[in-house]
Design a protein around this ligand. Structure first.
Ligand SMILES: [Zn+2]
Length: 436
């Protein structure tokens, strides 16, 4: 799964994530009336400061991390928060990177052909943001259009980020090396899972808190429209650090207390596989690193490699479950993941796209399960495709589709896939290059 998609919500809490995580269904019936007229700016600033102090104290107690510094806080208007979101998008992601994510998402059939990632993310984030912690300035901001009492759970979440930052330095997570976003999303699952679990415990201390939160959402005009309309794989990937991350942190905390969670900031989870199966984190089951030759020159002079990354178990779960309607089957097929590498190639003239993948599995049986599932997914992804293959189907399959060919090969515990190559290419040569 692409890095850009995962990264945009770093340290930024959205309503849907909070609501979905806590199963607060009434948030979905949002209306646009303001319950309480906004207080004068000075009074509001003073009450935000007081609330920050109180919630920070409580958060520090729940999380068992001492407060090392005061946290500056403030409220921002919708347009200020929008500006911050745009600025972060521009700083973190080049237009080329964003384009590459969008292209890969579409080629894998996870978003419609007319889907535009960047405007979508901007709209989604501005619609959803409830507050954020800015590690650059160590400040915490609340949305000024949401009632303060109702925002306290958001504060508990964001102030956990402030405590994390004071103890573990969050800025080091902002510029993750390129090419392994599976490890990056896992680190985010730790950061967001930690903050989400603390928020959940903060809410559990007093049932009125959840009620105030739901009420404030209903009266602030918070809309779920964009979130609900997001392509499923995008929505679930955005949710991953919050949902799966919270489950993971909860397991780690059950096993070794908050100390174990704090220790995870130096002994980071390395893959979404470790997040989905905490036993593999405890056992230090490290992902298999895979390199793959750049086949751009083989494809032709107009072709350029625009992305080179790792999908991870979570990525494959999303890719398979989009077309294999049984989530359990997709889950089984992506389990046993050992490592992978994918590359996206784009024809700079025609816009044609080729995706190359090599996956490694724990056992040959795991590789066979994935191979069969990917074949099933491919037939569903390209409904008008025809399968044409002269070789034994257990180890090699090929389809002709309206968007080029799809070729799969299994060798022992590994499966290589080439998707989208125009039919005039010698796919045997290309596959041989992938295997090198
Ligand atoms: Zn967060």
């Amino acid at each position: 799964m692409s890095k850009q998609i995962r990264r945009q919500i770093a340290f930024l809490l959205s309503i849907s994530m909070l609501a979905t995580t806590l199963a607060l269904a009434p948030v979905r019936q949002a209306s646009a009336q303001h319950a309480t007229p906004p207080a004068p700016a000075n009074a509001r600033a003073a009450s935000i400061e007081a609330a920050t102090e109180a919630v920070l104290r409580e958060t520090s107690e729940i999380r068992q991390l001492p407060i090392l510094n005061r946290v500056k806080s403030g409220a921002q208007s919708r347009s200020e928060i929008e500006r911050m979101i745009m600025k972060n998008l521009e700083e973190d992601t080049t237009p080329e990177e964003m384009h590459a994510s969008e292209v890969a998402f579409k080629k894998l059939g996870l978003a419609p052909a007319d889907f535009q990632l960047r405007p979508f993310l901007i709209k989604l984030l501005t619609e959803q943001v409830a507050g954020y912690y800015e590690p650059k300035t160590q400040e915490f901001y609340l949305a000024d259009w949401i009632d303060l009492d109702g925002q306290k759970p958001v504060m508990a979440h964001e102030l956990t980020h402030a405590l994390q930052d004071q103890h573990f330095n969050l800025r080091r997570f902002e510029h993750w090396p390129r090419g392994d976003s599976d490890a990056e999303i896992s680190a985010h699952a730790l950061i967001e899972g930690d903050a989400s679990l603390v928020m959940q415990k903060y809410l559990e201390r007093n049932p009125l808190r959840a009620l105030a939160f739901v009420k404030s959402m209903m009266t602030s005009g918070t809309s779920m429209e964009m979130f609900d309309s997001a392509p499923r794989a995008l929505r679930e990937t955005l949710m991953f650090p919050y949902e799966q991350g919270r489950n993971w942190v909860s397991t780690v905390q059950d096993r070794g207390g908050w100390e174990a969670v704090s220790k995870a900031f130096t002994d980071l989870p390395q893959s979404t596989e470790q997040i989905l199966h905490p036993a593999k984190y405890f056992a230090h089951e490290a992902p298999v690193k895979i390199n793959m030759a750049n086949i751009a020159s083989q494809l032709g002079s107009d072709w350029k490699r625009i992305d080179y990354d790792v999908n991870g178990e979570w990525g494959y779960y999303e890719i398979l479950s989009e077309y294999i309607k049984s989530g359990a089957e997709a889950g089984r097929a992506s389990e046993g993941w050992g490592g992978d590498r994918y590359a996206v190639y784009e024809n700079q003239r025609t816009g044609g796209v080729v995706v190359a993948q090599i996956t490694a599995w724990d056992t040959e049986q795991d590789a066979i399960e994935f191979y069969d599932a990917y074949a099933k997914r491919t037939a569903a992804r390209y409904p008008n495709s025809t399968e044409a293959n002269g070789r034994p189907a257990e180890t090699a399959r090929a389809w002709q589709t309206s968007e080029g060919s799809v070729v799969m090969e299994r060798r022992g515990q590994r499966v290589a896939i080439l998707e989208g190559a125009p039919s005039n290419f010698n796919r045997n040569t290309l596959m041989r290059m992938l295997w090198q």
